[in-house]
Design a protein around this ligand. Structure first.
Ligand code: ADE
Ligand code: ZN
Length: 331
């Protein structure tokens, strides 16, 4: 891999449970006396092949994250490691339903993660925010519960609401109430679409939820009018190249349409999605895309600017982050 010059990186799409390495998952499982050995293959990596198996193993791994302290610890680890590699801003996708299974309530969950983010900012200069997320295959009621929890307990670090999970489960319109509740609570919106399902899922996400960002969205390219709409509305795509390759959407990073999305004038950002499952991280995504698609340093910095422009944080924080990008250009 060519060494790209050190550049400031920002990430908008990373699931908190998926930042936990297999070794750390084993450690957390041992802490709680759990056996999650079925989550690992002989080489010690997470064991899955299809997308649905991935979601199952993902849930198994998340069983080992059971307390507010666990959540704080994994946030601290991820942010410390990523800050050392050049991440200046990261949003973590956090599912209240996952934590609720173990009696960790919404407010204590978010306090724990935000506390670790504050410490990471003070110690390592990395800024974090949280996207409370619904999990689509847990159903619409569960999604509304997550949105109501976010609305009932506003937190300055929880600035977005989204939906992950199995895109093929149910209908997008079944989740409209959840998104309405979140929007009314002042949260910014994103949703996984156009990853497993085609362009219609992206079109529905835009028309039903009026999101400012789409998680993935890569399959929007299959419909030119939709591409025009995304560009005109300045909707940002949270593109996750290695994740898409791992899930089998594209055979390689070289075959990934990230350059076509960029050249179609869309606001592209580069993200890891599930770093510990896909053996990646946001900085690696920049390097992989630079290598496979010849993005220049300026284009890569442009992706970071796109991320900050679309970030779910306040304008003063954005100004500070832009200053950091501009300062690092001169060094
Ligand atoms: N949850 C965690 N990773 C996901 C992905 N790539 N797609 C949908 N849901 C997810
Ligand atoms: Zn995702």
């Amino acid at each position: 891999m060519t060494k790209t010059p050190r550049l400031p990186v920002a990430e908008l799409h990373c699931h908190i449970e998926a930042t936990v390495s297999p070794a750390d998952a084993r450690r957390l499982a041992a802490r709680h006396g759990l056996d999650i050995s079925h989550a690992f293959n002989g080489a010690g990596s997470y064991r899955w092949s299809t997308f649905n198996e991935f979601l199952e193993i993902y849930d198994a791994v998340s069983e080992a994250i059971r307390t507010p302290e666990d959540y704080a610890e994994i946030t601290a680890h991820y942010f410390e490691r990523m800050a050392a590699k050049g991440l200046i801003y990261g949003e973590l996708i956090v599912s209240p339903a996952h934590a609720e299974r173990f009696g960790v309530h919404y407010a204590e969950l978010m306090d724990a993660i935000a506390g670790a983010m504050r410490e990471a900012e003070a110690s390592h200069g990395i800024t974090g925010r949280i996207i409370a997320t619904a999990v689509r295959h847990y159903g619409p009621e569960n999604a509304e519960k997550a949105a109501r929890a976010a609305a009932a307990s506003p937190h300055p670090f929880v600035t977005g609401f989204g939906m992950a999970g199995d895109e093929a489960f149910g209908e997008m319109r079944d989740y409209q109430r959840a998104f309405d509740i979140a929007r009314d609570a002042g949260l910014r919106l994103t949703v996984h679409a156009g990853e497993i399902l085609g362009p219609d899922s992206v079109a529905q996400a835009i028309s039903l939820f009026n999101v400012s960002r789409i998680g993935h969205g890569v399959r929007a390219l299959e419909n030119k009018r939709l591409v025009d709409e995304i560009r005109e509305r300045e909707i940002t795509l949270e593109v996750c190249p290695t994740s898409n390759v791992a899930i089998g959407l594209f055979p390689s990073i070289a075959a990934h349409p990230v350059r076509r999305l960029h050249e179609a004038g869309l606001k592209v950002t580069l993200n890891s999605d599930d770093p510990a499952f896909f053996n990646t991280d946001p900085v690696k995504e920049y390097a992989l895309c630079a290598d496979a698609h010849g993005f220049s340093h300026a284009e890569l910095v442009g992706f970071t600017h796109n991320a900050i422009d679309a970030a779910f944080c306040d304008d003063a924080t954005k100004r500070r982050l832009r200053d950091r990008i501009n300062t690092s250009k001169k060094t």
